[in-house]
Design a protein around this ligand. Structure first.
Ligand SMILES: [Ca+2]
Ligand SMILES: [Ca+2]
Ligand SMILES: [Ca+2]
Ligand SMILES: [Ca+2]
Length: 411
């Protein structure tokens, strides 16, 4: 074999340059009412575990933990793992996230909880001591919260919490706000943390980062009730510490937001979904302009007309969207694919870029998973066995299952 042929043979076998990937079903875990799935690294585990939040109007609530996740893709089966209870006592848990090291003198999680009444009443942010299984409410009760983000807002060396919340307030409508909870910096979790309102409007999901590299925080909120996408930014002015701008007033009921370089032009982009019951159900990308205060944020529709197939008044589509690489070796080398949990579409959708050009925002839609009866919740995307191929763990809420998929090179 001459050298040239050998080189071509090696390249064609390399997942780095493979143009396409196929998915493989690995099996399912049984978890009743599985709604949100995430991965976290617990101190007593060598690799990341799966955490699953579950809730139901039948008052079944739970946060579960699945260890030995590496065994699922490695053995091609879900039989090797077991599902353990973290808590079944928090009403309507949404995201459960490990607290960063050093914040509490023991391993703890934040549990953001609450839903529409009557599940609003006990909603709030709980610090959950994993050693004693004791939850401590550190925010005002009676609001529905979805998640938290840790950031030292007042620069005192102690991480504080940014969160968004909403309260159904009867005839007055809905109260919404983005706020931060001030860490008392004394290891105390038995008293409420001081609340600082940032901005009315944000309510469920938000992203925190520095999008324009000016060392000032940017928060992007998908306002569900006000139906718009907004930018909240840190200023240098102590009297007006936060600014606010509407990016898109035509979003519809805002749902998920994340940030990554989708078109591989070196600049971070926003990946946003709405949550609509009609054919305006969509996935959008927004580019961050060089002057985010004065310029339009260019908007691209990546997927629209998502059909809500689940019957019922409150059903809508999609859920969250997340950029990922089917093979982690191609990170930074090729455009990411996009995973979309369909929620009421009862499908898990994949968006595969059809061009490597950064001016092209076209995607081919593929259906990774389809259910006949179940809404699809928030998935976890991770290479659980470190073989460079990514796994996706997809909760099918009404089936009480978490389906596992992995990827391989298309032959
Ligand atoms: Ca602080
Ligand atoms: Ca910034
Ligand atoms: Ca970009
Ligand atoms: Ca893998």
């Amino acid at each position: 074999m001459n050298k040239k042929i050998l080189t071509i043979a090696l390249l064609s076998a390399s997942p780095l340059l493979a143009s396409d990937y196929t998915s493989h079903y690995l099996g399912a875990l049984d978890i009743p009412f599985a709604a949100f799935v995430d991965t976290q690294k617990f101190y007593d585990q060598p690799t990341k575990s799966l955490t699953v939040s579950s809730f139901s109007i039948t008052n079944a609530f739970g946060i579960y933990r699945v260890d030995n996740l590496w065994a699922i893709p490695t053995f091609g089966t879900t039989d090797m793992v077991e599902v353990n209870v973290i808590s079944e006592n928090i009403h309507w848990p949404n995201e459960a996230q490990l607290v960063p090291a050093g914040v509490t003198p023991f391993q703890s999680m934040t549990i953001a909880s609450g839903f529409f009444p009557p599940y609003q009443e006990q909603g709030g942010i709980y610090l959950f001591n994993m050693e004693t299984q004791m939850p401590h409410l550190i925010s005002e009760a009676g609001w529905l919260h979805h998640s938290v983000h840790w950031e030292d807002i007042n620069h005192d060396g102690a991480l504080d919490i940014i969160t968004a919340r909403a309260k159904i307030a009867g005839p007055a409508g809905v109260l919404t706000e983005l706020l931060w909870l001030e860490n008392p910096n004394n290891n105390s979790i038995t008293q409420p943390w001081t609340e600082h309102t940032i901005q009315a409007g944000p309510d469920v999901n938000f992203y925190v980062g520095d999008l324009n590299n000016d060392n000032a925080l940017d928060i992007i909120a998908t306002e569900f009730f006000a139906q718009r996408l907004t930018w909240i930014y840190e200023t240098n002015d102590a009297n007006t510490p936060w600014g606010y701008r509407v990016i898109d007033a035509e979003l519809g009921a805002g749902f998920s937001v994340s940030a990554s370089d989708l078109n591989l032009d070196g600049n971070i982009d926003l990946l946003v979904t709405n949550h609509q019951s009609d054919l305006s159900a969509s996935v959008f990308a927004y580019e961050v302009p060089s002057n985010p205060l004065t310029e339009i944020w260019p908007k691209h529709t990546l997927l629209t007309n998502i059909e809500t197939r689940k019957p019922g008044d409150r059903q809508a589509s999609p859920g969250e969207a997340e950029a990922f690489h089917p093979n982690t070796l191609t990170t930074f080398l090729t455009k990411p694919w996009i995973y979309v949990s369909g929620d009421g579409s009862m499908r898990a959708h994949l968006l595969v870029p059809t061009s490597s050009s950064s001016n092209n925002w076209d995607y081919e839609e593929r259906i990774l998973h389809e259910s006949t009866e179940s809404v699809i919740g928030t998935a976890a995307i991770i290479d659980s066995n470190l073989d460079t191929f990514t796994e996706i763990y997809i909760p099918a809420y009404d089936e009480g299952k978490v389906h596992a998929y992995t990827f391989g090179v298309k032959k």
